[in-house]
Ligand binder design. Structure first.
Ligand SMILES: Nc1ncnc2c1ncn2[C@@H]1O[C@H](COP(=O)(O)OP(=O)(O)OP(=O)(O)O)[C@@H](O)[C@H]1O
Ligand SMILES: [Mg+2]
Length: 349
C-alpha cells in the first residue's frame, strides 16, 4: 500500500515535482486554451523539479545521513558498505533512518548499563574479597601475638589458641581453593568429563562422606521414599559430587538439630532428571532468594550460624550446573525449610 510515512527520497522528489507540475499545467491550459503547451509544461516542470529536488535531497540531506551512519556504525568503507550506502540507504525513508538511529542508541545505552553493572560488580567483588580475607587473617594475627606475648607458656590456653589459629588457616585455605575454583569456572576452563552414572549412588556417597558433620547435629540424611529406583544421568560425576556436597553441607549448616535432609529425583520429561535436596532448617527469607547464588552472598543468619563460610558454595554450584547446560533453582520458607533443585541430562548411550 502506498504510504507517505515510509516514502523514499526519490518517491518524495517525484511526489513534490508532480504536485508542482499539475497546477502549472492547469494554469498554462487556462491561458493558452491548448492541451499541447500544457502537456509540455507538465513534462518539463515534472522532470526539472524532480531532478532538482532529488539533487538537493541527495546533496544536502542524504550525504549528511550517510555520514551519521558511518559514524554510528564506525565502519571503514569496505566495498560491501559502499554498495549499501549507494543503493540501499537512498531507498530508506527518513522514518527508517530514525528507527536505525534509535536502535543504535538503545544498543549503546544497554552496553553502557552493562559496563556500569560490571564496574559495580567488580567493586563489590573486591570489597567482599578483602572482607573475607581480613577476618581470618586478623584472627590468626591476634592468636599468634597472644601466644608470643606469653600465652605459649600457659598450658591452659596455648593448645586452644593454636587450634583456633589452625581453624582460621583452614578457612583461608578453603577460601583460596573456592576462589581458584570459581575463577577457573568463570574463565570457562571447565572441562566436563561426562559419563553415565546412577544419581542415587552418588547421593548416598555424598551423605556417607558428610555423615560426621550431620551426626553432630543429629540430622538424618536419606533418599525420599518412592525415589529409590535407580535413575541414570549423563554428567561430570566429580563436579556433580561437588554440587551435592555443597548443598548437603548447607542443609546441615543451616539445618535444625534433629532435622532431616531428603533427596528426591524425578524424570521430568524423559530427557531430564530433576534432583532436589530438601531440608527442614531455618529457611531463607524471600527477599534474599534471588541473591543467594551470587558469589560471596550470605544472609545475616547464615553469617552468624557459620563463621567459616565465604558465600561461594552456591555460586560454584550454579557455575557447574550451567556449564552442563542445565538450571538450578531454590524454594524456601523461613522456619519450614529449603529445597534446592537442579536438572541433569538422562543417560546417553
Ligand atoms: N539450605 C539452606 N538453608 C538456609 N539457608 C541457606 C541454605 N543454603 C544456603 N543458604 C543461605 O544462602 C547463603 C549462601 O550459601 P552458600 O552456600 O553460597 O554460602 P555459605 O554456605 O554461606 O558459604 P560456603 O558455602 O562458601 O561455605 C548462605 O549464607 C545462607 O544464608
Ligand atoms: Mg555453602
Amino acid at each position: 500500500m502506498f504510504s507517505l510515512k515510509n516514502i523514499s527520497p526519490r518517491g518524495l522528489s517525484f511526489l513534490t515535482a508532480f504536485a508542482l507540475s499539475v497546477p502549472i499545467a492547469i494554469l498554462v491550459f487556462f491561458i493558452e486554451h491548448k492541451w499541447q503547451p500544457a502537456a509540455i509544461s507538465f513534462a518539463v516542470v515534472l522532470a526539472g523539479a524532480y531532478l532538482l529536488i532529488s539533487f538537493v535531497l541527495e546533496r544536502f540531506i542524504y550525504r549528511k545521513i550517510k555520514l551519521i551512519y558511518k559514524f554510528i556504525y564506525q565502519t571503514k568503507a569496505s566495498k560491501r558498505e559502499e554498495t549499501y550506502y549507494k543503493y540501499i540507504l537512498p531507498k530508506k525513508s527518513i522514518d527508517e533512518v530514525r528507527e536505525d538511529v534509535e536502535a543504535w542508541a538503545m544498543g549503546n545505552k544497554e552496553e553502557v548499563e552493562l559496563l556500569r553493572a560490571n564496574e559495580q560488580f567488580r567493586k563489590e567483588f573486591l570489597q567482599n574479597l578483602s572482607h573475607e580475607f581480613k577476618t581470618p587473617v586478623f584472627a590468626i594475627q591476634g592468636y599468634v601475638d597472644t601466644l608470643l606475648g606469653g600465652a605459649l607458656e600457659n598450658p591452659e590456653v596455648n593448645r586452644r589458641f593454636l587450634e583456633k589459629t589452625s581453624s582460621n588457616v583452614e578457612r583461608l585455605t578453603n577460601l583460596l581453593n573456592d576462589l581458584d575454583e570459581i575463577s577457573r569456572l568463570e574463565r570457562g576452563e571447565l572441562n566436563l568429563i561426562k559419563q553415565n552414572f546412577v544419581i542415587q549412588d552418588l547421593v548416598k556417597d555424598t551423605f556417607e562422606s558428610i555423615s560426621i558433620m550431620a551426626e553432630q547435629k543429629n540430622i538424618r540424611c536419606y533418599i525420599k521414599k518412592g525415589f529409590e529406583s535407580p535413575l541414570t544421568v549423563f554428567a561430570d560425576k566429580e563436579k556433580i559430587r561437588q554440587v551435592l556436597l555443597n548443598l548437603t553441607e548447607n542443609s546441615i549448616k543451616y539445618g535444625k538439630i534433629n532435622g532431616t535432609i531428603t533427596a528426591s529425583m524425578y524424570n521430568t520429561d524423559g530427557n531430564h532428571i530433576l534432583v532436589e535436596m530438601s531440608d527442614d532448617g531455618i529457611g531463607i527469607p524471600e527477599i534474599y532468594l534471588p541473591r543467594i547464588f551470587e558469589r560471596f552472598y550470605r544472609t545475616e543468619t547464615g553469617r552468624s550460624l557459620d563463621a567459616t563460610g565465604s558465600g561461594l558454595g552456591l555460586a560454584i554450584c550454579k557455575h557447574i550446573i550451567e556449564a552442563h547446560g542445565q538450571t538450578i533453582h531454590v524454594r524456601s520458607r523461613v522456619d519450614v525449610g529449603t529445597s534446592v533443585g537442579f536438572t541433569l541430562d538422562t543417560r546417553k548411550d
